[in-house]
Design a protein around this ligand. Structure first.
Ligand code: MLT
Length: 349
């Protein structure tokens, strides 16, 4: 697209406005969420609604029919207590493309360093009439607490090892683009399952779409409570039903999708692995191992990746990899979520 296209009135760019591009997709949505905390309370229809809208948002991004201010007057505050590159930039971009006012606050440059509590920080941002607070925190459950102290919609951008719902949604969108339907597809997540919020939200999302989820990793990184029949009665529905396999070659056999997960060294207390070398020897996703998956398998990684540890550099940039697509799709999915939240708020106010 020529630079001058950006100077034309929005409606004439590619002949369409953003609202025009959303068209019927924005009429038929099933959406009833004030907050996006995890996918455990998302139905198949709600996930489908996000994915359909994300498809339209992706067209907006690709054709640069962007910068249309359908979120004018909507204020989104990014509140990040943990490092992030892609999630934070992705939310910022999603908000800005749709014309929202976007402010980013890092905990290490905020009043948190002066001892302000999470609740006070959230109340302060809320008093600035924020419409959405996008929050990343090292403690599992922190966004749930925040949601009780603000009128803004809280979007969980990753809490401890608990949940990362927007990552799961962008992964589902990426897979649906490639596979059409996830029903009965074998999705194998390999690596540090214990500490992975991506794995937990993925379990909910992929299962809701009808996929068969297999978790694979060394026994020290696979919590036993993940198997339904090992859970106490009261916790049976605490996570969806999944299969567990410690042998990566068995797990990957005939897989439609393989997702390598990063070793979350920052969340480990130590003593869970003999050595990184041993881990990569036994669990690295390599081309040899992937030869046991379906020939048209999809290789994913949420990033940031450690090539040579959980994933081989050649496969990470190979033709089956969707790693870069996941990043672009992340912006589209977050645009869709912001739009849905803004629409719901508008209907109710
Ligand atoms: C996350 O924030 O959980 C990332 O997307 C995945 C990772 O950190 O490994």
């Amino acid at each position: 697209m020529a630079i001058s296209d950006f100077e034309r009135p929005l409606d004439s760019v590619a002949g369409q406005s953003v609202e025009g591009a959303l068209g019927a997709a924005s009429q038929d949505v099933v959406w009833n969420h004030d907050h996006v905390l995890d996918l455990d309370d998302f139905s198949y229809e709600e996930i489908e609604s996000v994915i359909t809208l994300a498809g339209k948002m992706r067209e907006v991004l690709d054709r640069r029919i962007a910068r249309a201010p359908i979120l004018r007057g909507f204020t989104m505050i990014n509140l990040f207590f943990e490092p992030s590159t892609r999630t934070r930039a992705s939310f910022e971009l999603a908000g800005k493309v749709l014309g929202a006012d976007v402010i980013s606050v890092s905990a290490n440059t905020s009043s948190v360093v002066k001892g302000e509590s999470l609740i006070d920080t959230v109340k302060t941002l809320s008093a600035m009439t924020a419409d959405a607070i996008v929050m990343r925190h090292g403690m599992s459950g922190a966004p749930y607490l925040a949601s009780k102290y603000t009128r803004a919609s809280v979007i969980n951008a990753g809490d401890g090892s608990h949940a990362h719902p927007t990552q799961a949604l962008l992964d589902i969108y990426t897979l649906k683009q490639r596979l059409g339907d996830l029903k009965d597809k074998k999705i194998v997540m390999v690596g540090d399952i214990s500490h992975s919020r991506v794995a937990r939200s993925g379990m909910w999302g992929f299962s809701a779409m009808g996929a068969n989820v297999v978790l694979c990793g060394p026994p020290t990184l696979l919590p036993s409570g993940f198997l339904v029949n090992e859970r106490p009665e009261h916790a049976r529905s605490a996570l969806p039903d999944v299969d567990i396999e410690t042998n990566i070659d068995v797990a990957i056999k005939d897989a439609d999708v393989v997702m390598a997960l990063r070793l979350q060294k920052e969340r480990q207390q130590g003593g869970l692995l003999p050595s990184l070398h041993e881990y990569s020897r036994l669990y690295q996703v390599t081309s040899e191992r992937l030869s046991k998956a379906k020939s048209n398998h999809i290789l994913m990684h949420p990033g940031p990746k450690n090539e040579g540890i959980e994933i081989g550099g050649d496969v990470a940039s190979g033709s089956n990899s969707t790693i870069e697509e996941q990043v672009t799709n992340g912006v589209a999915v977050r645009m869709a979520l912001l739009y849905l939240i803004a629409q719901k708020n508008q209907r109710e106010n």
